[in-house]
Design a protein around this ligand. Structure first.
Ligand code: NAP
Ligand code: GCO
Length: 267
């Protein structure tokens, strides 16, 4: 293999993807396995964890699942210790697990707001804190935070999510700042609108069979004129997880089909 392609290899690395049972996390973890990494992933539902292990195996990837609610620091610390014992010290972390609640802000309870921030912002802090010591010990590490277009823009009904993803952008820059000297690179991926279960409600056909208005809106706002797929994110993720990006730090790579650059198609 030529040197430049070798720099994209993840051979011999241990990669943890949180929320790797389906959606974006599953696709990124599978791609890491194809790039040579030893893949571990987590979820907080035992049945989906087992089903995911079967789907990874069917794709030729031996990925081990760990049942863990990433908002619970004790569970996360225990998971990191168990991974270290069973697989090895984590070289690559993708903070992917996340959720959204689409509620008009003045109708959203403080509990709902806190629940979204807990998973989308506090959990990446908790999991990063659990794996950074091992990365320092090994002399290298890669952390990829799955941010969002809502790290840059707002829209109605997603106040908690935008606040959390905006904070995740700054946590990314802070981990870069605090640990760059220990050869840890922390970057973000900001997906555009991607077809996963999380965005399914925005794409459902209308009762009369017509396209969902939001589906039409997003395609008009995206130069690529389509929703992204989880596969659109795998190459950027492998790049940020590999030696090819060793001097890239504190950046958010938007994988959005150009939506953030475009005023939108004239109606
Ligand atoms: P998804 O389809 O809803 O998947 C969410 C994943 O997180 C699942 O694997 C779920 O696994 C896991 N999870 C949920 N709560 C958890 C918890 N407490 N502990 C551990 N795992 C948990 O979401 P997605 O669309 O793939 O999005 C993944 C990430 O990308 C999220 O951070 C999201 O904000 C971000 N993102 C998505 C889009 C998009 O358009 N889809 C765009 C930009 C950013 P279990 O339920 O099995 O535990
Ligand atoms: C929404 C969507 C978005 C996407 C993504 C865009 O309701 O606006 O869920 O938030 O999930 O984050 O980058």
């Amino acid at each position: 293999m030529s040197n430049i392609l070798q720099s994209f290899s993840l051979e011999g690395k241990v990669a943890l993807v949180t929320g790797g049972t389906y959606g974006i996390g599953f696709a990124i973890a599978k791609a890491f396995g194809e790039a040579g990494a030893k893949v571990v992933f987590n979820g907080h539902n035992a049945a989906r964890l087992k089903d995911a292990e079967d789907r990874y195996r069917a794709a030729g990837i031996e990925a081990k699942g760990y049942l863990c609610d990433v908002t619970d620091e004790a569970q996360v610390q225990a998971m990191a210790a168990q991974i270290r014992e069973e697989v090895g010290v984590i070289d690559i972390l993708v903070n992917n697990a996340g959720m959204i609640k689409r509620i008009p802000m003045c109708e959203m309870s403080a509990a709902d707001f806190r629940q979204v921030v807990d998973l989308d912002l506090n959990a990446p802090f908790i999991v990063s804190k659990a794996v950074i010591p091992g990365m320092i010990e090994k002399g290298h590490g890669k952390i990829i935070n799955i941010c969002s277009m809502m790290s840059e823009l707002g829209r109605e009904t997603v106040s908690a999510y935008a606040a959390a993803k905006g904070g995740l952008k700054m946590l990314t820059k802070n981990i870069c700042s605090e640990f760059g000297g220990q050869n840890i690179q922390c970057n973000g991926i900001g997906p555009g609108y991607i077809a996963t279960p999380q965005t399914a409600p925005l794409r459902e056909p209308q009762p009369d069979g017509s396209r969902h208005p939001f589906d039409q809106f997003i395609c008009a706002k995206t130069p690529a004129e389509r929703w992204g797929t989880v596969d659109d994110l795998t190459g950027p993720a492998v790049f940020l997880a590999s030696d090819a990006s060793n001097f890239v730090n504190g950046q958010i790579l938007y994988v959005d089909g150009g939506i953030l650059a475009y005023i939108g198609k004239q109606p």
